[in-house]
Design a protein around this ligand. Structure first.
Ligand code: ADE
Ligand code: ZN
Length: 325
């Protein structure tokens, strides 16, 4: 259910890797990561911090540009099956060649080629947001930002930060965000998922981001909520991810309804689908059930996502035509 077609702004490429795909690669390369799966073959983790470790272990079997091309194909096939026509995915030079620019260019070319192929086959459009990893520290983030600056264009359209929100502070990454911005990239940051309202405030103030990944814990400070609404900062909300990780006990208790009602620009995404058992259709279904949201609201979400997308005007026109068709 849920309105088709859909737009998705917050998806981690490695986090979207089906466990079967990762197990297959591990087998081919004789890498033993059996400990990250449960008896049914799903990813297994105890909490968010364990999830980050499992994520990195799963990612360790992706060692070549061709692996990332295969991953891109698999992920886009699933997204297209969910009715997604436009997707922005987080990509990390940390995992693609260890932040070496020449290697990163090879990974990027492979992913772009796979994305072009998916667009021709299924009509789905993909764009990339280069993401540094907070717990890897500011030094590595600077190298990531340089890769981002060198490959910024009409396909790499944004820069962001993911990882452990409990370590370091947004201001520690200011140089990287300034560097990315100077190269024309649009900015987003994970905040207000594990950190409270001050984490969201710091990201907006110190990094100058126009979107926030998650941002849901802004709800704990209504003055901040009003400020986000006023400044039209867009939240990339991933309700199913937050519920799976135990931030909220269920969709009915999730603040997306309140944020929307108070005028904050919200969008809906799946974050790391096989880890959290999220799909775009399920997110829409659950929101319909929890808040009685109908196609009118889902249409608003799509319009917000289109306006907040980091792609260029020509691409937006193309998406708009598909939405109207
Ligand atoms: N990396 C992948 N998923 C993430 C999440 N939900 N929060 C922070 N970093 C992530
Ligand atoms: Zn995320």
């Amino acid at each position: 259910m849920g309105l088709d077609p859909k737009l998705e702004l917050h998806l981690h490429l490695e986090g979207a890797a089906p466990p079967l795909f990762i197990r297959g690669l591990a087998r081919e390369k004789h890498i033993d990561i059996s400990g990250i799966f449960d008896e049914r073959g799903n990813y297994k983790y105890k909490d968010f911090w364990d999830f980050l470790k499992v994520y990195e272990a799963a990612t360790s079997v992706l060692t070549t540009p061709e692996d990332y091309a295969r991953l891109t194909r698999a992920v886009l096939e699933e997204s297209a099956a969910q009715g997604v026509i436009y997707s922005e995915t987080f990509l990390s030079p940390d995992f693609c060649g260890g932040r070496d620019l020449a290697a990163w260019r090879d990974y990027l070319a492979a992913m772009q080629e796979a994305a072009d192929e998916a667009e021709r086959k299924d009509g789905i459009i993909l764009r990339g947001i280069i993401t540094c990893i907070r717990h890897f520290g500011p030094e590595k983030a600077r190298e990531t930002a340089l890769c981002a600056a060198e490959t910024a264009g009409d396909w790499i359209v944004g820069f962001g930060i993911a990882g452990d929100e409990k370590v370091l502070a947004p201001k520690d990454f200011r140089w990287s965000f300034d560097c990315a911005k100077e190269s024309g990239l649009r900015l987003t940051a994970h905040a207000g998922e594990w950190g409270g309202p001050s984490s969201v405030r710091d990201a907006v103030r110190d990094l100058g981001v126009e979107r926030i990944g998650h941002g849901v814990r802004a709800i704990e400070d209504l003055a901040l909520v009003d400020e986000l609404a006023e400044r039209e900062i867009v939240l990339e909300v991933c309700p199913g991810s937050n519920v799976a990780l135990g931030i909220y006990p269920g969709f009915r208790k999730h603040p997306i309804g309140q944020l929307f009602d108070r005028g904050v620009k919200v969008t809906v995404s799946t974050d790391d689908p096989p880890f959290f058992h999220t799909t775009m259709s399920r997110e829409f279904d659950m929101l319909h059930q929890a808040f009685d949201w109908d196609d009118g609201v889902f249409k608003t979400l799509n319009e917000t996502a289109l306006a907040a997308a980091f792609c260029d005007a020509k691409t937006k026109d193309k998406i708009k035509k598909k939405l109207e068709a």
